[in-house]
Unconditional design. Sequence first.
Length: 311
Amino acid sequence: MRRRRYPSDTTNAEWALLEGLLPTPACETSKGGRPEKHPRREIVDAIRYVVDTGCKWRALPADFPPWRTVWGFMARWAAAGLIGQIRDQLAGRIRRDMGKGPRAVATVIDSQSVKAAETVSKATRGYDAGKKINGRKRHLVVDTRGLPLMVMVTPADLHDAAAAKEVLFRLRLMHPEITIVWADSAYAGKLVDWAKHHLNLTIKPVSRPKDASGFVVLPRRWVVERSLAWMMHARRHARDYERLIQHSETLITWAAITLMTRRLARKGATPSWPRKPAEHFTDADRQPASEANSVPPAGPRPGYVPPGVGL
C-alpha cells in the first residue's frame, strides 16, 4: 500500500465513502476471476491525481500503478455507468444531510466553452463565435444547491438551445422526477415549448436586467456558474485534452466526485451503503481519526445516449 503523499489522494474518510460504491472485484464473485494486482484505492488516487494536476496519463508518478492500468479502469468504469452512479449516490447523501430529499426536482443548466488541445479531433471540436474559442462546450446540470446531476460535452460551435434537446432528453431518462429547469436566455424560445410538450419539463429562463451594467449576480443562474468554477479548480479541465468526448465527461464527473467526498469527509459522514467485511481493510485504512485528514509532506451507463443522437 503506497503512502499518501499528494493533495489529491483520498483520506481514510473519503475512501470509506467510495469503497462501498465500487464494483466487487471479479475474483470475489461466483464467476471468479484473476485477483487484481493493484489495490482499488491506488487506482482511484491515480485518477484523481490526473484530474487535479492535469498531467499526461503517461506522466503518472512511479508510485502509482502503470498508467495503462489506471486508464483501463477509468474507461471500463465509465462505460459501465459506474461513475454517474457514484456521483448520484454522493449527491443524494449531501442532500439528505441538508434536510432535503435525495433527488432534486428543480435544476439549473448552463454551458461553458473551453479551448481544446491538439489531441482533440476536428470532428469533436468547433468554433464558438460568441466566446471566440476553438474547442468544446460543457453543458452542466446541477440542483439548486450546485450539486451536479449530469454533464454533456459537445463541439463548441453547437448552440446551447440545440444541445439542450439532447441534454434534457438524457436528464429526463436519468432523473424522471425533475420538473423545472432554470436557464439563461439562450434556452428560451421554441425550446421551452418543445421541452414542455415532449419531456414534460418546464424551462424558466432568467434574463439579465436591462438596466444592469457590469457584473450582476443573477437569481438561480449563479448556482451553476459557481459549480462550473468548482470544476475548473481541477487543472485537467482548464483545457480539454481528451480524444473521446465520453472520457471528457467522465473526468469532469471525477472532479465533482472529489469535491463531494471532501465535503462529506469534513463533516465526518459515515457510509450509508453496504461496506466490505473488515478483513478487506489494510493497516493503512485503520489509521486513527486524527490522522485521517492529515496530508504528509509532498513527495454505456443506464439511460446513456451517444453524442449526436436525438438532436
